[in-house]
Structures are given as structure tokens and as C-alpha cells.
Design a protein around this ligand. Structure first.
Ligand SMILES: Nc1ncnc2c1ncn2[C@@H]1O[C@H](COP(=O)(O)OP(=O)(O)OP(=O)(O)O)[C@@H](O)[C@H]1O
Length: 309
């Protein structure tokens, strides 16, 4: 079993009553790899994490964490896990240092208190009561507690929600260091930039299913490039050219009619050339002209609209 990936999910399904929150998903996460789960609200990310954490059983399919069933073999698996839930609960009257000490009391092989505080950048707040921490600082304390036992597998549910950009970047550095040290991480986030910074691989979930998965480059590739511009007032939509074999998709943005073209891989330069020749031929100035590669955000939005491959 030594070569088994730390996380193995095959055909996982999880229902709440008649509602299927996770509808048959499969993925593996290797040692020292960070896998990000992205998706719309209610896509099933937290439910998936809760199943991996052993809080709830799978209704169908196989879930293995460190080679074991995390729900049935919870006592064996739990000591190797670090868990940062979406909402932490602290004793409001304990200070940050007391909170860490309290957790150290029941965490085998726990890091020294100051090391844990340094990981979260909270040394200066050691004597502050947890109820006086800001939302972002509470997330940082929660991260320190999740890392206390030097976990082999770390679950982070929206770890940087409420953090300012500096705290978010500091958290990313901490997470990257932990991954570099060999910890396997599964993370959910609504920040696409966070996934772009941290994820070795990611999945975009929608309605309980994984719609797209791979490295950021793999996920974005195949979604091609995009050309858009504001449709000049004197033109009808029917007058617009076909570019690279694609007709314009029309939308309205801030009161302007915008034409957008999805261009297949490698087709951006000739399509742009075609467009500019057409505009010259009609003596048109194309306002708001943009030509760019697909981004993770484009793929995410297409997935949310149910259009991704
Ligand atoms: N205890 C529960 N009872 C009933 N339905 C639930 C329960 N927990 C979650 N759900 C439903 O299951 C679906 C998936 O929820 P989940 O929290 O896994 O989504 P998520 O992808 O983490 O969403 P978000 O991004 O909003 O946190 C949602 O429709 C949610 O309403």
C-alpha cells in the first residue's frame, strides 16, 4: 500500500435526504501535492471535504485517506490530518497563546507554541483574547491549529476568506512551505487567483460533479482565446464578420453592445488580422478592442453556466 496516493476518491456520492450534493466524483492527490476544489456556491466542495475528513460517510463510492476509510477508521487516520473548517470555533476568553497551548495538550507531536504562532504570523497577538481578533486573524489562528501536529494531509476550507491581500499572501507562503515539506493538501476556494498561485492541479465542480480538472494550464488550454469589442453604433449585429470560423456572441455590458468571439487554439493572430482588415475596409474604429488568452475565470464562468467541456 506504500505507493497508494494519500487521497483516493472514486465515484463518491453523498446525499442530504433526496438531494444529491456530490454526484459521483473521482480524483487522486499525490504526496506533496496541492489539489484545489473550485466551484459555484453549493457545488459540493465542503461536502466532499467533510467526507475526506471523516465527518460524514460516503453514500456510494470509495474514499481513502492514507490508505484507509476516513470515516470508519477515523481513530487511525485523524492524528495525521490537519483540518481548517470554513468557520472556526474558539473559546472567546482564551488568549491566542492559551488557545494554542490548549490544542497542544491533545495533539501528539505538536509544534512548540511560538513556532505555531510564527507560522500564522500571530506572535504579536499571543496575549490577545480570541474574541478580539479580526476575521482574518481568526483564520490565521485556525491555520496555526491545523498545522500544529505537522499533518501528513491538510484540508483547508476557504482558508483566506476575510483576509487582507497581505495576510492572504503570507498564508499562501505558509501553505507553499508546508506542501514543499511533503504535506498533501486539499483546498477549497472562491479566489481563482489563490488556485492559480497554489494549486498543482484543480477541479471545477458544478452541481455535485467535477466538470473540468487538471493543472491550470491544462484547464485553460482548449478554451482558446477571446476577441471582443464594442459594436459600433451604426452597425447591425448581422453586419459583424465571422472570425476564425466563429460568429460573434453578443452581450450588453454597461449599456454597450459587445461582440465576443471564442477563437480556437492557435487562431488568435489570423483572426485579429482578419478583424482589423474588415474594420479598415469599413472605416470603423473598434472601441474596447481586446484580444487575450482564456483565463481560469473564463473557464470557471463557462462551467457555472453549464457550458464547459
Ligand atoms: N446538512 C445539510 N443538509 C441539507 N443540505 C445540505 C447540507 N449541507 C449541505 N447541503 C446542500 O448540499 C449542497 C452542497 O453544499 P456544500 O456546502 O458542499 O457546497 P460548497 O460547494 O461548499 O458551497 P459554498 O461555496 O457555498 O461553500 C448545497 O446545495 C447545500 O445546500
Amino acid at each position: 500500500m506504500h505507493n497508494d496516493p494519500p487521497i483516493h476518491v472514486d465515484g463518491l456520492r453523498r446525499r442530504y435526504g433526496d438531494f444529491e450534493a456530490v454526484a459521483g466524483i473521482s480524483f487522486e492527490v499525490g504526496e506533496g501535492e496541492l489539489y484545489a476544489l473550485l466551484g459555484t456556491n453549493g457545488a459540493g466542495k465542503t461536502t466532499t471535504l467533510e467526507t475526506l475528513e471523516g465527518f460524514t460517510p460516503a453514500h456510494a463510492g470509495t474514499v481513502r485517506v492514507l490508505g484507509r476509510d476516513p470515516h470508519r477508521d477515523r481513530r487511525a487516520v485523524r492524528p495525521h490530518l490537519g483540518i481548517m473548517l470554513q468557520e472556526a470555533g474558539f473559546f472567546a476568553d482564551l488568549t491566542v497563546a492559551e488557545t494554542v497551548d490548549h490544542w497542544r495538550g491533545f495533539t501528539p507531536g505538536a509544534r512548540p507554541r511560538d513556532e505555531a504562532l510564527d507560522l500564522a504570523g500571530l506572535r504579536a497577538k499571543a496575549k490577545v483574547r480570541t474574541r478580539q481578533l479580526s476575521g482574518g486573524q481568526k483564520r490565521r489562528l485556525d491555520l496555526a491549529l491545523a498545522l500544529l501536529g505537522r499533518p501528513r494531509v491538510l484540508f483547508l476550507d476557504e482558508p483566506t476568506t476575510g483576509m487582507d491581500p497581505e495576510a492572504r499572501r503570507a498564508t499562501w507562503r505558509t501553505v507553499r512551505d508546508v506542501v514543499a515539506g511533503g504535506t498533501t493538501v486539499v483546498l477549497t476556494t472562491h479566489y481563482l487567483e489563490e488556485a492559480e498561485h497554489l494549486a498543482d492541479r484543480l477541479a471545477i465542480m458544478h452541481r455535485g460533479r467535477i466538470e473540468v480538472t487538471g493543472t491550470v494550464a491544462e484547464v485553460v488550454a482548449g478554451h482558446g482565446d477571446r476577441i471582443s469589442f464594442a459594436v459600433p453604433d451604426r452597425l447591425q449585429v448581422a453586419d459583424l464578420p465571422v472570425l476564425g470560423g466563429a460568429a460573434a456572441a453578443i452581450s450588453v455590458d454597461s449599456g454597450r453592445t459587445v461582440a465576443a468571439y471564442g477563437i480556437g487554439p492557435g487562431g488568435l493572430q489570423p483572426a485579429l488580422h482578419e478583424l482589423l482588415r474588415w474594420a479598415d475596409g469599413h472605416a470603423l474604429v473598434l472601441e474596447g478592442l481586446q484580444a487575450r488568452s482564456a483565463s481560469l475565470e473564463d473557464v470557471f464562468l463557462r462551467t457555472a453556466e453549464g457550458k464547459a467541456a
